[in-house]
Design a protein around this ligand. Structure first.
Ligand code: MMA
Ligand code: CA
Length: 303
């Protein structure tokens, strides 16, 4: 080290100067060593600080890594769980799809069955209609046959009664018994009603007296009646209600005898379907709802 006083006025250094120099040297040495210590201490502190900082950073980093690792593990777990769920869902979806297609097939089958049943149903209802029609035909046929049979029976009974009377006549014993107020002629009895009635009311009254509006089949019978009738005219059991001009007797025997007034039957006025015997005994077709004061009933005489 250069001495700052070495160039002073060319004076020779004495022992005091040397002592001073040593002291200065010592002071400088102390200063140097203090500085070195300071530097070392500060270096140490700095190093310690850096070490602490590094440790902190490392710690933080380690924790972060741990967290990240945990997060990663969790994520892996979640992903595997999600993929499992996804697989399960896929399987479910497949199952549902196959179920849906199965259901569709079933539905188609059901629809086809329904269609078949509808066709069968309409066929059955057609058959049923046919059967019902057959049944009603059979019923009406049965009814018609029953009616025809009853009519035939009635006619036969009447025939038997007539034959029975004829047999009694040929044997010499007459069947000429009539109820009170009835008049006998041949094998019949006659009732001469005398109150104002329409044709239908007269028919009803005769039937309530166990007789019928009279049927006339020969001249003798006509002559007998003509003698007893009401002069204003009387209803008899003949009419052409169903077919105009086709006259029918109440005893259902054919029109084998007639005694029409000249020009009759003429179906005059509002239409004339019921027959009356005029005071003269001649017949005239008249309006059925006219009131006549006379009406004649007949019935077979008893033996
Ligand atoms: C006339 C004649 C008949 C008819 C009656 C009705 C009097 O006779 O036309 O045919 O039935 O009238 O009252
Ligand atoms: Ca007439």
């Amino acid at each position: 080290m250069m001495n700052p006083h070495s160039q002073e006025e060319g004076r020779e250094p004495g022992p005091e100067v040397e002592q001073q120099d040593v002291m200065m040297l010592h002071r400088r040495q102390r200063q140097c060593s203090r500085q070195a210590v300071q530097i070392a201490v500060s270096a140490l502190v700095t190093a310690a600080l850096w070490a602490g900082l590094l440790t902190l950073i490392l710690l933080w980093h380690w924790e972060t890594m741990q967290d990240l690792k945990q997060l990663g593990d969790t994520a892996v777990l979640n992903i595997s769980q999600v993929s499992k769920d996804l697989e399960r869902h896929k399987a479910d979806q497949m199952a549902q799809k196959s179920q849906a297609s199965q259901m569709l097939q079933n539905m188609e089958k059901i629809q086809a069955e329904q269609k078949r049943m509808k066709t069968q149903d309409s066929e059955l209802s057609r058959n049923l209609d046919g059967l019902q029609e057959d049944l009603s035909n059979l019923k009406s046929q049965g009814l018609n046959e029953r009616r025809t049979a009853l009519d035939s029976l009635e006619r036969l009974q009447e025939e038997v009664a007539k034959l029975w009377i004829e047999l009694r006549i040929s044997n010499g014993s007459m069947c000429n018994t009539c109820p009170e107020k009835w008049v006998n002629f041949q094998w019949k009895c006659y009732y001469f009603g005398e109150s104002a009635k329409k044709w239908i009311q007269a028919r009803y009254t005769c039937s309530s007296l166990q007789g019928r509006l009279v049927s006339i089949h020969n001249q003798e019978e006509q002559d007998f009646l003509a003698k007893h009738i009401n002069e204003k005219g009387s209803w008899i059991g003949l009419r052409d209600l169903n077919i105009e001009g086709e006259f029918v007797w109440m005893d259902e025997n054919p029109l084998d005898y007639s005694n029409w007034q000249t020009g009759e039957p003429n179906n005059g006025g509002e239409g004339e379907d019921c027959v009356m015997m005029l005071g003269s005994g001649k017949w005239n077709d008249a309006f059925c709802n006219s009131y006549l004061d006379g009406w004649i009933c007949d019935q077979l005489a008893t033996c």
